[in-house]
Every structure is written in C-alpha cells, then in structure tokens.
Design a protein around this ligand. Sequence first.
Ligand code: IMP
Ligand code: MG
Length: 168
Amino acid sequence: MITEEQIQKRVSELAEEISKDYEGREVVLVGVLKGAFVFMADLMRKLKIPSRVDFLAVSSYGKFTESSGQVKILKDLDYPIENEDVLIVEDILDTGLTLSYIYSLLKKRNPRSLKTVVLLDKPEKRVVEFKADYVGFIVPPVFLVGYGLDAGERFRYLPYITELRENG
Ligand code: IMP
Ligand code: MG
C-alpha cells in the first residue's frame, strides 16, 4: 500500500516541516511503544534540530486487531517534561482513543508546548475527536502492518506498509 520510497520521502518532508516550526529549539520526542519506534528512529535522524527521546508504552489492542477502547499505561516517561517542547510520535491514529488519552495525560505535566505527529491517519475510524499536528498519510479503514505496525507482534520489520488480509 505504501512503499519504502514513499515512506522515506514523506518522513523527510515531515522532518523538514517540524524542523522549521521548532527552529532554534530542542524537542523532546515521546514515542508511543511499540509501533512508533521505527518511524521515530527515521524521523529524528532527518530532523535539523536537536532532540531528546523518551518513550511511553500503552496497551489498548492486545493481540487483537480491533480496539478494546481501553487505554492503560504500561510504561511511563523516564523524565519530567515540564517546560519542554514535547512532540508525541505515534504510528497510527485510528479511533483516537490512545492519542487523546496520552495528550491529556502529558498536558497535565505542563510542557512548554505539546504537539503530535502520526505517520498514518485513518479518519473514518475516529471515535473521539482528535487532530494530529503533522500527518504522514491518510489511509483507508483497513488493517495495516509493517514499518513498526504489527499484527500480534508480527510484521513490524517490513520496510513498507501493507494491508493484512485474513488469508494473506
Ligand atoms: P486508536 O486508539 O484506536 O487511535 O489506536 C491507535 C493504536 O492502535 C496504534 O498505536 C496502533 O498500535 C493500533 N492500530 C490501529 N490501527 C492499526 C493498524 O491498522 N495496524 C496495526 N495497528 C493499528
Ligand atoms: Mg501503537
């Protein structure tokens, strides 16, 4: 569905835009584990501004491909974010439950600024209103794997993004 070349080109464009918006500042990239780690690794190396990284782990899907609607913090940030310019990095915005939960959680810690970047956005699946500040690709409401996205922990290693169908 999205080739390695298309992903790399778009990540470069996002990095360009983010670098301009944060010019002269240092950004704290907060990756949402595990899905975001591949995207975050590429994005941070393309940014023209310095960054620090931290990670959050949340669980909302378990082994299944449908949202349970439940968000649970499995691992919190290692460092406080008060007065920091924080950019949440997520693989995909689907129902919006995960990001809206994380956004309000981090907002309470008084960062200097708080924004979100998602590689993929499935607007048709939204349950709660949420808009990411930076979006890589708008995608249809199908289940996708690769480039960090998994199905039961499999396929994260693919350098491209493809649809997962029931019988391959
Ligand atoms: P939301 O809370 O429904 O927006 O879910 C976001 C999370 O669901 C993402 O961080 C992914 O881990 C997972 N997710 C949503 N859609 C997909 C998909 O198509 N493939 C793999 N994971 C997905
Ligand atoms: Mg995820």
